[in-house]
Design a binder for this molecule. Structure first.
Ligand code: HEC
Length: 254
């Protein structure tokens, strides 16, 4: 994924390229003019042996000139030659400086470069979105026909959180009952087991004061809180409300 370049940044980039190309053209023209001028002023120069482009590029000196290049010192008859750094190397060297400047401006000053941090942030954002979509899809795939009771600690802890926030007001902090029935005994008004509990929590019993939670909780949250409720069975909290409904037939309940 690449960040779309905004038009303002694009303009800046184009301007930069134009300035660079313009400067190079100007430099080229100046050098040409300078060369022509030199020839006009000092025509003798033309008689100098001309060197090929390659020779100028490498700046290799013919062996015949070795004498002129010798430096004043000699150790054990080893003589050092004063060879200039070859132009091709200097060309690369200055090239890296030029590249560095352009890179710095484009990536850091104009700010539209994909530096590592930008790339990371963007990819992380995309991954977050994908993850969120996946979770929503997974959550919405749960319904009262396929729901299973969860028993892992993380899910039950979340279920307990949902319970404390939304349900404890009517069913008691420990599920002992209040306005709503006791959820810790073996008696159920609407049947025990994860599928029945999931159904009641999603749909509610409007006429009896039990809210339908499917609008405010997603199916995964309902699954978690329902699983948590099932773990309350037999906890015998203080001030428990008297059993209501029918005794759960543990064999019949799925
Ligand atoms: C406004 C009070 C209220 C709130 C809040 C409430 N309930 Fe209830 N709940 C009730 C009442 C009242 C009933 C009894 C319905 C009936 O008589 O049919 C009930 C019934 C139930 C039942 C069926 C019990 C049985 O014996 O079959 C379950 C399960 C349940 N609630 C779970 C929850 C969960 C989970 C939450 C929170 C997400 C919750 N309730 C929030 C009032 C509430």
């Amino acid at each position: 994924m690449t960040k779309p370049i905004e038009s303002q940044e694009l303009m800046l980039l184009l301007l930069l390229i134009t300035v660079i190309l313009g400067s190079l053209t100007l430099l080229f023209i100046t050098l040409q003019l300078y060369g022509t001028l030199q020839k006009l002023i000092n025509p003798a120069q033309e008689s100098k042996p001309t060197r090929s482009r390659w020779e100028r590029f490498t700046d290799l000196k013919p062996l015949a000139l070795e004498k002129d290049l010798q430096m004043a010192h000699a150790y054990d008859n080893i003589i050092e030659l004063n060879n200039a750094t070859p132009p091709w190397f200097m060309f690369l060297f200055y090239g890296t400086i030029g590249f560095g400047i352009i890179y710095g401006v484009v990536y850091h000053v104009a700010g539209n470069g994909q530096i590592m941090l930008n790339e990371y942030t963007q990819e992380a954002a995309v991954a977050d979105k994908v993850r969120e979509e996946y979770l929503t899809k997974a959550a919405n795939a749960i319904n009262e026909n396929n729901v299973l009771a969860l028993n892992d600690v993380a899910a039950l802890t979340e279920g307990q959180k949902v319970f404390t926030q939304n349900c404890a007001a009517c069913h008691g902090q420990k599920g002992e009952g209040g306005v709503g029935p006791n959820l810790t005994d073996n008696y159920w008004l609407h049947g025990g087991g994860i599928k029945n509990v999931f159904h009641i929590v999603s749909e509610g019993v409007a006429e009896k004061g039990m809210i339908s939670w499917k609008k405010s909780l997603n199916p995964m949250q309902i699954q978690k809180v329902s699983s948590f409720i099932l773990t309350l069975k037999g906890t015998n909290p203080p001030n428990a409300k008297a059993p209501q409904g029918t005794l759960e037939n543990t064999l019949a309940v799925k």
